[in-house]
Design a protein around this ligand. Structure first.
Ligand code: FE2
Length: 210
């Protein structure tokens, strides 16, 4: 719902009704682990902070969004096999002032490239930013799925909800994913490095609201 002005209360009041609308990615990457290996084999390094905050661009919502996901920071609730991903960042305004009390909601495919459209809402959830504007999720690296006859790169959908502001709807991508060049929505400003982090990986994506 890009462009809509929705209060937090309105967001929280959304019902689970749409969850019964089953949408299933019909074809997926046959080897999601290979996808992660390809990304990690790249040479991506996060750019050093430059003290500026460029407003995060909108991206398509896609067909798999469900309203009324639960408040939770751990998104794999069923113990899937996959590569652990720690995703975090800071939400700021365009002057780089951290925005607290702001909801960051994410949803993404499981490691095999399928969305959970059941009431369990695995890999769906939201958190509220704290005093430093920080948000953080732990999850598994999303698998790819076919859009038409082309695999979409691994990606994480997100919405940012702040009282009185338009909802930001967008997507995060991972550098060195071989499917980036074929994807009409991925763009460098929303493409982050995956870095090895213990047994898993981590990524930092800062969000700037207009
Ligand atoms: Fe998607």
């Amino acid at each position: 719902m890009p462009g809509d002005v929705i209060t937090r209360r309105g967001f929280m009041g959304l019902t689970l009704g749409a969850a019964s609308t089953a949408l299933t990615a019909c074809a997926r990457d046959s080897d999601p682990m290979t996808s992660v290996d390809a990304i990690l084999a790249g040479t991506c390094e996060p750019p050093p902070p430059d003290g500026t905050c460029t407003v995060t661009a909108q991206d398509i919502e896609g067909p798999y969004y469900l309203p009324a996901s639960p408040e939770r920071s751990e998104l794999d609730t069923v113990g899937d096999e996959g590569v652990a991903l720690a995703l975090s960042g800071v939400v700021t305004d365009a002057s780089c002032t951290p925005l607290l009390d702001t909801i960051v909601e994410v949803w993404h495919a499981d490691p095999s490239g399928a969305y959970d459209n059941s009431p369990t809402m695995n890999y769906r959830g939201w958190v509220r930013t704290g005093v430093e504007g920080i948000y953080a999720f732990t999850t598994l690296v999303p698998g790819r799925y076919l859009n038409g006859d082309t695999l979409r790169p691994s990606h994480i959908h997100f919405k940012v909800w702040r009282d009185g502001a338009p909802v930001l709807t967008s997507q995060i991508y991972f550098a060195d994913d071989p499917q980036l060049d074929d994807d009409p929505w991925a763009e460098p400003a929303r493409t982050v490095c995956l870095e090895r982090d213990g047994e898993g990986v981590s990524a930092v994506f800062d969000i700037t609201l207009a």
